[in-house]
Ligand binder design. Sequence first.
Ligand SMILES: *[C@@H]1O[C@H](CO)[C@@H](O)[C@H](O)[C@H]1NC(C)=O
Ligand SMILES: *[C@@H]1O[C@H](CO)[C@@H](O)[C@H](O)[C@H]1NC(C)=O
Ligand SMILES: *[C@@H]1O[C@H](CO)[C@@H](O)[C@H](O)[C@H]1NC(C)=O
Ligand SMILES: *[C@@H]1O[C@H](CO)[C@@H](O)[C@H](O)[C@H]1NC(C)=O
Length: 422
Amino acid sequence: MDYENNNWIWDGVYNFPHLFGGLMLTAALLGFSTSYFGGIGVPHLPYLWSDMGIFYKKKCDKRRIRVYMDGCFDLMHYGHANALRQAKALGDELVVGVVSDEEIISNKGPPVLSMQERLALVSGLKWVDEVIANAPYEITEQFMNRLFNEHKIDYIIHGDDPCLLPDGTDAYALAKRVGRYKQIKRTEGVSSTDIVGRILGSLRDRKVSEDQNDTSLNGDPKGESQPKGAHLSQFLPTSRRIVQFSNGKGPGPNARVVYIDGAFDLFHAGHVEILKSARKLGDFLLVGVHKDQIVSEHRGKDHPIMHLHERSLSVLACRYVDEVIIGAPWEVTNDMITTFNISLVVRGTNSENNFSLSGEGDPYSVPKSMGIFKLLDSPSNITTTSVAQRIIANHDAYKKRNAKKSASEKKYYAEKKYVSGD
Ligand SMILES: *[C@@H]1O[C@H](CO)[C@@H](O)[C@H](O)[C@H]1NC(C)=O
Ligand SMILES: *[C@@H]1O[C@H](CO)[C@@H](O)[C@H](O)[C@H]1NC(C)=O
Ligand SMILES: *[C@@H]1O[C@H](CO)[C@@H](O)[C@H](O)[C@H]1NC(C)=O
Ligand SMILES: *[C@@H]1O[C@H](CO)[C@@H](O)[C@H](O)[C@H]1NC(C)=O
């Protein structure tokens, strides 16, 4: 789908080489993906060019289909990313509504991430073309009309789980009636509820004596004897999912490959920011996602909260990322630098791991000795720990919110049937 969407850009290049040849053909040779242009702050390329009155002339007979999907996107995970990927495939341009903090508070309890952080996460996804901040939690008729008229939305997309208004009516009845509703399949195996459960679960494991009477978190009294997360995580990584998330392109000839590594646990706005900064330093961003065991060794046995494949998918979904090493080593070796033709190794200043304290060897000593290491100023001070701490600080509120949600999740899994689609 992505390829189809972008084809017309390239058509344009070949039809107007005198205008764009310099810029675009160079870009093509260097193997830039089109998402790269998002990375340097040209968010709506089609519009920019349409202003020049050239491209719509050729393609105006095939109007671009705009689809809309909304959500809270609190604790972004690959389930959200996959839903948006599927939504994008139903049209040409994906507009995403991000529900306001106030609406989340009144409907579900306090969000873990602020509006700004959630917007940064959603905008960082490679399938998202536009975002609408402060969308309503329940889609009203008024808002729906705004979507159709103001935002020129063709279809509203929602998952296959029923979405009912407080009075029991279908939130999407109107859109369905006018034939502007499309459905996607729910992504199995992960939810924000599940992630909050894992964090609170690790907290509970640490304070077993205090909490040992408490089974409200997942309603499973045997939960404590199981390994962390085992009672919650239903994620089954498939090769197809990884392919769907991948760009499927290696670096072009002469590309400058930048490497950044880390756990990328609980993928958050700080990750998006640092990946964006790193991508700007080269033509191809290679991201090393550390193995679960490495993360545990450095952060404690409750970590990582998300497994290696979950973390890798979240990183792959980011528009600034070109390729991921699934299970990268702790140390950046000479061999890796040669294998991937890495020109620059970067690291953010705001990091969970402070190895200068642990007395361990510096994992970046090789790139440092080669003079290809750079410390990047982290644009954001948010960390995985600070996100987890917010959840723990709001322990009671989240526990209540989760108990309610977990019951409906359990019911879903108990009653679910095979649904085709991806
Ligand atoms: C467990 O619950 C019982 C009865 O509610 C209470 O007496 C006991 O102190 C609780 N134990 C802990 C460790 O909280
Ligand atoms: C390796 O990267 C450098 C840029 O640092 C580039 O000039 C060179 O062409 C690359 N080598 C290959 C074989 O692509
Ligand atoms: C690690 O700790 C040292 C000593 O406290 C400090 O000087 C340094 O800035 C820290 N580095 C990072 C990346 O936090
Ligand atoms: C992080 O940055 C925000 C604003 O940029 C600031 O309000 C907050 O105090 C900072 N937190 C820490 C731990 O430095």
